[in-house]
Design a protein around this ligand. Sequence first.
Ligand SMILES: CC(C)(COP(=O)(O)OP(=O)(O)OC[C@H]1O[C@@H](n2cnc3c(N)ncnc32)[C@H](O)[C@@H]1OP(=O)(O)O)[C@@H](O)C(=O)NCCC(=O)NCCS
Length: 191
Amino acid sequence: MPAMPTAEERTRDRPILETTRLRLRRPEAGDIASIMAIAGDWDVARRLSRVPHPYGETDAQFFLETIVPTEWTWAITLRASGELIRMAGLTPQPAHDVAELGYYVARPHWGIGIATEAARAVVEYGFRAAGLARLTSGYFLDNPASGRVLRKLGFVEVGRTERHSLASGSTAPSVEMLLDAAPPGCHTGDR
Ligand SMILES: CC(C)(COP(=O)(O)OP(=O)(O)OC[C@H]1O[C@@H](n2cnc3c(N)ncnc32)[C@H](O)[C@@H]1OP(=O)(O)O)[C@@H](O)C(=O)NCCC(=O)NCCS
């Protein structure tokens, strides 16, 4: 029986993705200052599970050296200026065809559809190129904007639980969401 591919092998392919306003590329060492500025914002970190607070250079280096090589992670820049404004990624789950969608946007760029535009490109990559069958995601109950983003992408609520936030050091109620790949030949209006 062939050996199961490692996480590095599974996520090695990380093409540049382009949308109307955005360019998604592999995060790199030159991004450390931008990553620290965006992820270091308490209003961003407290809404995420895996981002510590305060967020230092060691944390950004851990992200680049440990997370980026083993997950489908993209740095999202504005096509017009090249400014890094966001991260998005798919974290492989134990089932080989399932991944968890995560994202954050720098605060000055909230509310203009950036999260939805970039996440849509990542979701399409996951289903069409990475061959995933199902995406999971979740958001803290007090973060309805993220729930709205996921619903615009077609995710549906499948339950409620508690998730831990590294930044706050505590758990909080969360909404669990799911999106299955459309069957071949089936077009969903919204995606
Ligand atoms: C959540 C987050 C990613 C949204 O990014 P964004 O670029 O502002 O999102 P978009 O503009 O694409 O869409 C936001 C949607 O939420 C809606 N929204 C905003 N505030 C809302 C609120 N309090 N209640 C309900 N909906 C809200 C917006 O109206 C918009 O929906 P619309 O297009 O139908 O009008 C961003 O706020 C962020 O990075 N937060 C910190 C990290 C985070 O929460 N990550 C997700 C973890 S699950």
